[in-house]
Design a binder for this molecule. Structure first.
Ligand SMILES: Cc1cc2nc3c(=O)[nH]c(=O)nc-3n(C[C@H](O)[C@H](O)[C@H](O)COP(=O)(O)O)c2cc1C
Length: 330
């Protein structure tokens, strides 16, 4: 019963999720995003299984209780190691464990994981089977591309999803473009290969029993709403980072039917005071938190000054919440 409830809650949350983004969706960023939406599912940066299991880097899993519902993304391709990493993630209290089958960075390829795994669906199936056994009632999900290199997405994507379903996966996010493993930088791989939304929509028809989210190039809450006409969920990356309020500020009302009034941009800033105070008191730098807040006033009066004051002052010794107040648009 408890398991069913938890799965239902998290699949509701994944109607809108903020994508895993290395160096961006750290715990400070997620704490900020949560102030704007109580419901959206937030993903961590990718954490590699070798770092956790061989490197003992469990500190990478720390998060604040306010961040729930929060999903951790793992990178890896060795089933036993991924199982061990999954156990650590479950112990840390994550609501979901996601496997990265979409990230094309060189570092990730050299460890034989990320998008290159689109070429080895059976290995991915072994990985997720091991992860599911380790996860107990915590859901295991997969984030993938529509294909890599010279693969034909219309052939490989349905075959890949079918293999995942056979391995017990019930929820996936699909970045609606291929990754080119050679010749394009990770950044180019997020822009250059064309988006194929119709193919991803077709997957929802082909696999009506799975919870499928579309990802890639979605830049407004209107588009999120449109995509929810086709898909179970929408995952937003860069737009949610650069203009968090535009994506998350109205999300609870419009996507999740929550009737409570959202915090205003300024209220979001003021609600960071205690968090920032604790971070700075513990020896952290103001800029480690405020770098994720720079886009909060995107498109609003005072946005440039807000960014400038924070960018110039937040890395300085002794900088604290007073600087944030000073930067606020007035
Ligand atoms: C800075 C940055 C870091 C990223 N790191 C990851 C990652 O760790 N794992 C992953 O699966 N995708 C990663 N991605 C890809 C995003 O999750 C997402 O799939 C991609 O940006 C497309 O969505 P968008 O157009 O909404 O940004 C990253 C993207 C960016 C911009």
């Amino acid at each position: 019963m408890a398991e069913k409830k938890r799965k239902k809650e998290i699949s509701t949350a994944s109607r809108l999720s903020v994508a895993p983004m290395m160096d961006w969706t750290d715990r400070h960023c997620r704490y900020l995003h949560r102030l704007m939406s109580r419901h959206a599912l937030l993903y961590t940066e990718m954490v590699t299984a070798p770092a956790l299991v061989r490197g003992g880097a469990v500190h990478l899993l720390a998060f604040s209780p306010e961040e729930h519902p929060v999903a951790v993304q793992l990178g890896g391709s060795e089933p036993a190691e991924l199982a061990q990493a999954t156990r650590l993630c479950v112990e840390a209290g994550y609501d979901e464990v996601n496997l990265n089958v979409g990230c094309p960075s060189d570092r990730v390829q050299s460890g034989a994981f990320g998008a290159v795994l689109m070429k080895s669906p059976d290995l991915v199936a072994e990985c997720v089977t091991a992860m599911r056994e380790a996860a107990g009632d915590v859901p295991v999900t997969v984030k993938c591309r529509i294909g890599v290199d010279d693969q034909e997405p219309r052939e490989v994507l349905p075959a890949f999803i079918a293999t995942m379903r056979a391995a017990g996966i019930t929820r996936m996010s699909i970045h609606a473009r291929k990754a080119w493993l050679e010749g394009l930088s990770p950044k180019e791989n997020r822009d250059v290969p064309p988006l194929d939304y119709p193919l991803v929509h077709e997957m929802k028809h082909a696999f009506p029993d799975l919870h499928l989210s579309v990802n890639g190039g979605i830049g407004s809450l209107e588009t999120v709403e449109d995509e929810l006409g086709h898909m179970d969920g929408v995952m937003v990356g860069r737009a949610a980072y650069h203009q968090p309020y535009d994506i998350l500020g109205e999300a609870d009302r419009r996507i999740f039917g929550d009737t409570r009034a959202p915090l205003s941009r300024e209220e979001v800033v003021l609600a960071m005071e205690d968090y920032i105070g604790r971070h700075v008191a513990a020896g952290g730098k103001l800029a480690q938190v405020t770098r994720h807040m720079l886009g909060l006033f995107a498109g609003q009066p005072g946005a440039r000054r807000w960014k400038r004051v924070l960018s110039e002052g937040a890395h300085k010794d002794g900088a604290g919440f007073g600087l944030v107040r000073e930067a606020l648009p007035r």
